[in-house]
Design a protein around this ligand. Structure first.
Ligand code: ZN
Length: 177
């Protein structure tokens, strides 16, 4: 690797460690000529794909849109930035693994919702409500009712048992509806 300071064509690696959840390698290098240090990243080339929007138009996939949506949904919630990054990494990995050149925005939205459900219940409802805002308002109400219905703080055992059954049923639901 060429030194960015003196342009000498060779440098040695003095430290090497995984970055970005193991998908990249960060190398600390030292120039053999001037002794200055710099960092390089090695990363597999990611497959680029298009997103098919609801109106049928296409745009390049943009990771930051998912990230910003999740950050907004998790505002003032006990969710760390690290958890959010992990979540976005996971979603991106699933999308890349589909090997599709075009992926519908609703598939991506469902993936995000599915992940938020595991991350934080409030963030999940927030995102789901915005995401489905103008397509299906009743879904939002249904989601809220579901949350109330599966509240574990029940007064008697009979209801508790019923609530457990409801919770089990919910888990078996198809996330893509
Ligand atoms: Zn140098």
């Amino acid at each position: 690797m060429r030194c960015p300071y003196c342009d000498f064509p060779d440098s040695k690696v003095i430290d090497s460690r995984p970055a970005e959840d193991g998908r990249a390698i960060r190398r600390r290098r030292e120039c053999i000529h001037c002794g200055r240090r710099f960092t390089t990243y090695e990363k597999a080339e990611e497959q680029l794909f298009m997103v098919i929007k609801k109106d049928g138009s296409r745009e390049m996939f943009d990771r930051s849109k998912i990230l910003n949506g999740i950050i907004k949904a998790c505002e003032k919630r006990p969710v760390s930035r690290e958890q959010i990054d992990e979540c976005v990494n996971d979603i991106e990995r699933i999308l890349n693994n589909t090997m599709e050149k075009e992926i519908s925005s609703s598939f991506i939205g469902d993936l995000v919702i599915e992940h938020l459900k595991q991350l934080d219940e409030v963030a999940y409802v927030r995102f789901a409500s915005v995401y489905r805002q103008f397509t299906d308002v009743s879904t939002f109400i249904a989601e809220i009712e579901k949350l109330h219905g599966s509240n574990p703080k029940k007064k008697n055992r009979k209801t508790e048992k019923a609530a457990k059954v409801v919770e089990t049923d919910e888990k078996q639901e198809d996330p893509h509806e």
